[in-house]
Design a protein around this ligand. Structure first.
Ligand code: GLU
Ligand code: ZN
Length: 297
């Protein structure tokens, strides 16, 4: 039976691969304001499932920075690295929808990066050597309704791909765990950067596979230094550690198209956030995929 949502619950799900930068502040703020302005809850989840990319200490650094910005979360913070048993339980439970794949990178690169379902009918067993595990696509869903952008179209090949949910090295993939966590935490709205927009139909499909209610999805513009270039940690002009919190928060609100109080940068962050909550306008969020920023000033 599909279970509905009893309350609004948003989340911010940073990967702890470095300190919080302006782009992640925008995602944190947008998800916070949208959930809180409806009287909802806002959760923080540390997405440290990709252990080789996890930087020790980055998680506590991110949490401390959120606190400096007055972005306090509800409930306990969840670390994906502590939930491997849960992800494995889902693996066993939905084993029928999964299959082992022994294709190497070179083969998939030759296909243009989108997998062709080659191993679907081979029935490779877990002891057939190191295998990646893929989800049998349940049908091609190329469209979804974005909270900020309206109807979005995704390339058919990407939407219908049998993607990897457990890697050959044994680590569960982002695509698998993000949906399990959103379902388990009863997240009703997923608000995040537009870099994940194309992954939304497959995540919605996976929710349905789990027989769970599908959250609302909304994508915020990405902050870039040049077309196609996400902010780098080396970009001092936008490294929030170089600015007072109210200054970065003001820049993030402006980036999200929101109204600002007079002398916003001089206010305590709690005042600024209070104003932002009262004046939050989802319709004012810019709908272009990326916005170039060179500095806050
Ligand atoms: N952990 C992902 C990231 O930092 C975000 C996942 C999500 O919001 O769905 O890029
Ligand atoms: Zn294969």
């Amino acid at each position: 039976m599909t279970v509905g949502f009893s309350c609004v619950r948003g989340r911010f799900a940073p990967s702890p691969s470095g300190p919080l930068h302006f782009g992640s502040l925008v995602a944190a703020l947008g998800s916070y304001l949208h959930a809180k302005s409806q009287g909802g809850q806002w959760l923080v989840r540390i997405e440290d499932i990709d252990s080789p990319r996890t930087v020790p200490g980055a998680d506590s650094d991110i949490l401390r920075t959120l606190e400096q910005f007055g972005l306090y979360w509800d409930d306990s913070v969840v670390w994906q690295s502590q939930r491997i048993d849960l992800y494995q339980d889902y693996f066993e439970k939905f084993r029928q929808q999964l299959y082992g794949c022994q294709c190497n990178r070179a083969r998939i690169a030759a296909l243009g990066g989108i997998y062709d379902g080659h191993c679907r009918s081979l029935g490779l067993a877990a002891d057939a050597g190191p295998l990646a595990w893929r989800l049998k696509s349940a049908g091609v869903n190329t469209e979804f309704l974005d909270l900020f952008r309206g109807t979005q179209q995704i390339p058919t090949a990407l939407a219908g791909e049998d993607y990897i949910i457990k890697r050959r090295d044994g680590l569960f993939a982002y695509q698998w765990v993000v949906v399990i966590d959103d379902v388990e935490q009863r997240i009703s709205e997923v608000i995040r950067g537009a870099d994940l927009l194309q992954m939304t139909p497959r995540q919605q499909a996976l929710c349905r596979t789990f027989d769970a209610q599908v959250p609302v999805y909304g994508h915020l513009p990405l902050a870039v230094t040049a077309p196609g270039h996400k902010l780098s940690k080396q970009n001092h002009a936008t490294d929030i550690r170089h600015f007072a919190p109210a200054q970065s928060l003001t820049a993030a609100l402006r980036f999200l198209g929101q109204q600002l109080p007079p002398d916003a940068e001089l206010l305590p962050v709690t005042e600024l956030l209070k104003f932002a909550l009262q004046h939050w306008q989802a319709a004012a969020v810019p709908t272009q995929p990326e916005i170039q920023i060179n500095s806050f000033n």
